[in-house]
Design a protein around this ligand. Sequence first.
Ligand SMILES: *Cc1c(COP(=O)(O)O)cnc(C)c1O
Ligand code: SF4
Length: 459
Amino acid sequence: MELETLAPRVSLYSASQPEKGNRSPDHRALRNDEFWKSLPGYAGINSDEFQTHIFQTRNSVTNVRQLRDTLKDRVPESFYEDVVEGIKHAPMALRISPYLLGLIDWDEPYLDPIRTQFLPVASQQLPNHPELRLDSLHEQKDSPVPGLIHRYPDKALFLPIDSCPVYCRFCTRSYAIGSDTDTVEKLKLSARAQRWDNTFTYIASRPELEDIVISGGDTYNLKPEHIQMIGERLLRMPNIRRIRYATKGLAVLPQKIITDHAWLDALTRVVELGRQMHKDVVVHTHFNHPNEITTVTERAMGKMTERGITVRCQTVLQRGVNDNSETMQLLVRRLSYINIHPYYVYFHDMVPGVEDLRTSLEAGLNIEKHVRGHTAGFNTPSFVVDTMGGGGKRDAHSFEHYDRETGIAVYTSPSVKPGVKFLYFDPLSTLDKTQQVRWQIPDERRLMIDTALNSTGGW
Ligand SMILES: *Cc1c(COP(=O)(O)O)cnc(C)c1O
Ligand code: SF4
């Protein structure tokens, strides 16, 4: 009580208020117009046709020829050339739904957060950080059977399929997901019952496993009978208590939840079986920007809520997409509004070909400060770094050492890999010129990393 009366505390509060705090856009103002009609290729498509999963799937754009057919003269020729060049260095194949294409602001494609995530442009690409690697999380090392990653004691990640409804430029699993590109020949994890059988045998043989993430790829691309078969097989194992279906679908093709009755019914049957068995079945999804949430998403989430299906969101922090406090606050409020729980914000993994999308640890930690306290604690995501080399997810604040000059952070992970130190690197473009030069000299690089590994504290 006494503290409340102290005047300085009041002024401290006002000093730390975000400047634009009161002018933030309305999280309830969801887009409800026929936005796709401004694209030449979709001008004649009415809502009944556009808002179906069949239209969306059949008309997804997978190459520059189709992009041209859709956008025609909506963008200058130089934009198409930029995408053609961008694809040559991209680790992921191209695939984007008409819905997402329609939500992009084609007057400013270079600044648009959805374009940034799905269409590579050579003019924005940056050289890779010297320390980054394909499969930087060492997922293949932690795979006892192909397509199952068992890194943590009681939970594992099952990858039944290697395709997705869209392909994100920044996918962590660019070593396996989607078709081959000019730069990456993929590990193939196709949907095959024989491979799944080996996975089920392993999961059943490990009594410590209680929690299975069914991911990929994307479970949206599993047939309804496979959704049900995989769910039932897992739920019937006595050791398994929790399963999660991971899909980006709600963010990129929400129409499927509304018009693909067989798929949603199969998921619902697994959720209901789980409920009867007193086990937990939920969906994890992946939104990165408030523009990805429209009244179609709201309707899709309405169906999920009616069926009692819990949905959580994992977001990836990306430069030019969501790397400012206002955008992240709006995303969190908008997700909460339609009953999606913001669960994680991941710092961008150290994967090749997308260095333009990474942020510094400092920038992300600052955003976290502005998000926490903005809404309910259970709707406040944890900001995590999934450490290179397989240390697993760490609370971004929990570094042992962080040097903003060299951009090196050091983490430990005593419950996953005791006694090992794990590194995360700020993008070179966020460092001083002198530090950027040091990173180009192999001996200096070694010295900077060794110094970081041997120090504690810092920042
Ligand atoms: C992220 C992840 C999980 C699930 O972790 P949670 O923190 O419980 O969401 C499980 N296995 C692997 C390999 C993962 O990367
Ligand atoms: S939906 Fe997920 S698995 Fe598929 S490309 Fe995007 S990030 Fe990768």
